[in-house]
Each structure stands twice: as structure tokens, then as C-alpha cells.
Design a protein around this ligand. Structure first.
Ligand SMILES: [Zn+2]
Length: 238
């Protein structure tokens, strides 16, 4: 098992977070209040500090086996990854590599099984349904910004660990259609094409029924170009 299995082809300790998609100048253009809210938010919104009484699900080999079986029952080909824990608090435990889940997803590394299961259902059930309904085409590739990334929320020192640091999150940026179109969250969410807007909103909404936390462009400026899904403490859907 090499580092690439965890970080989606990028060194596992410097993946998605270090390839920031958020040019700093955007922030300087925003009103002061929004800048403050954004700084607090990161990939997980500040209102979503772990709920009192919420604890992460206990991971046992038995539960991992059940989760793997559930993934395979969904038709997913997955590879179980050995648990990894890093000195800085990051970890990838009860995690899988998604080998084939119906639609190729680029740039995915390790995903905790508990997040992989709703993700596979979203990819296999929601994405094809909404693509046909709104765009009359099929999605042939999904572009992700990654899953495992050892970094604090907002990539800012001192912030708590992002769910990406636990391989418990996935970022989705764009969809390639069979008819050649490329639908990106960045261009499509507030774009002119009503069908594209409907497609993206339908997928965002469907994800809210599957994940603890779903963030998109309406959540904060950091998510102007991708959907963030995680299975940390929730629910939060924005
Ligand atoms: Zn994210």
C-alpha cells in the first residue's frame, strides 16, 4: 500500500488542501463581514462544531466488514485499505479505495467506508437520474478535488482538523457528459443555463439526504467551485 492509495495520486500529506482553488484576491473583493464568516467557515461551517453528545461512530473490524459488504452490494468494486494514523492527528481508518463505482471519479484517494457508502449511492443512483432528468444525457466522468487531505479546516493553522484529514469527506467539482459538455459547480451553479442550475441543485439536495454535511456555493465563498460532502457531525445542508 503506498501513499498514493490514500491521497489520490498525490503525496498523502499534501493533497487537495495545498492545491487551493481559492485565489486570495477573491477574498479581498468580498465585503468585510463575508470575509470574517468565510474565515470561520472553511470546509466545515462554524455552526457545525461537533454537537454536544455527538461522537464519531465506533469503528470495529466487524462494522468495517459490514460496510464493505454493503458497498459491494451496491455494485461497487472497492479495495480495503490498511488503517493509517499520522503523528499530526490525521488518519485514514476503515477506509477504502474506490476502484470502480459505475462512473469514474477522478482524483479520489482513501475514503472512510462510512462516507464511501453514501457517496457510491449518490454516484450510482442520484447522478444518472438527475443527469437524464435535467440534461438528457449521461455523466461519463466525475471530477473530484479529492477525499483524503491532511489539513485543518480552511487550510489554516490552528483550526480543527478537517473531515478530509480523517478521509471522511469528498469534494466534487465537475461532471463530464456523454454529449461532451462539462458541467462545473464553479460555472454552472449561478450560470445562465437553467437546466444546469437545476441539475446541480438537484444533486446537492440529493446529497443532503445521504451525507451528514453538504456544502456548496451558497455555503460560503470557499465552496464557490465544489460540493463538499462529509460524514462528520451534522446535519448541515447549505
Ligand atoms: Zn471538502
Amino acid at each position: 500500500m503506498n501513499a498514493a492509495d490514500y491521497g489520490g495520486g498525490v503525496s498523502s500529506l499534501v493533497p487537495a488542501g495545498s492545491r487551493r482553488r481559492f485565489p486570495l484576491r477573491r477574498h479581498r473583493l468580498l465585503p468585510g463581514l463575508l470575509v470574517v464568516l468565510t474565515a470561520l467557515a472553511g470546509c466545515i461551517p462554524s455552526p457545525r462544531a461537533p454537537r454536544r453528545g455527538w461522537t464519531p461512530p465506533i469503528e470495529t473490524p466487524e462494522r468495517f466488514r459490514q460496510c464493505l459488504a454493503a458497498l459491494r452490494a451496491e455494485g461497487a468494486q472497492v479495495e480495503a485499505l490498511a488503517d493509517r494514523r499520522f503523528d499530526n492527528g490525521c488518519s485514514a481508518t476503515s477506509a477504502v479505495k474506490l476502484v470502480a463505482i459505475g462512473i469514474p471519479v477522478t482524483n479520489l484517494g482513501a475514503v472512510k467506508c462510512g462516507a464511501a457508502l453514501p457517496f457510491v449511492r449518490w454516484v450510482r443512483q442520484d447522478v444518472p437520474t438527475m443527469a437524464q432528468r435535467w440534461l438528457g444525457s449521461d455523466v461519463v466522468r466525475i471530477e473530484s478535488f479529492g477525499s483524503f487531505a491532511c489539513r485543518p479546516v480552511n487550510n489554516q493553522a490552528g483550526n480543527r482538523l478537517s473531515e478530509h484529514g480523517r478521509a471522511n469527506a469528498v469534494d466534487i467539482a465537475a461532471f463530464r457528459l456523454r454529449d461532451g459538455r462539462r458541467i462545473s459547480v464553479r460555472d454552472g451553479w449561478n450560470g445562465d443555463d437553467q437546466q444546469v442550475r437545476g441539475f446541480l441543485r438537484a444533486l446537492h439536495k440529493a446529497a443532503c439526504g445521504r451525507f451528514s454535511v453538504v456544502l456548496g456555493p451558497d455555503a460560503n465563498a470557499l465552496h464557490h467551485d465544489h460540493f463538499h460532502f462529509d460524514m462528520g457531525s451534522g446535519p448541515y445542508c447549505r
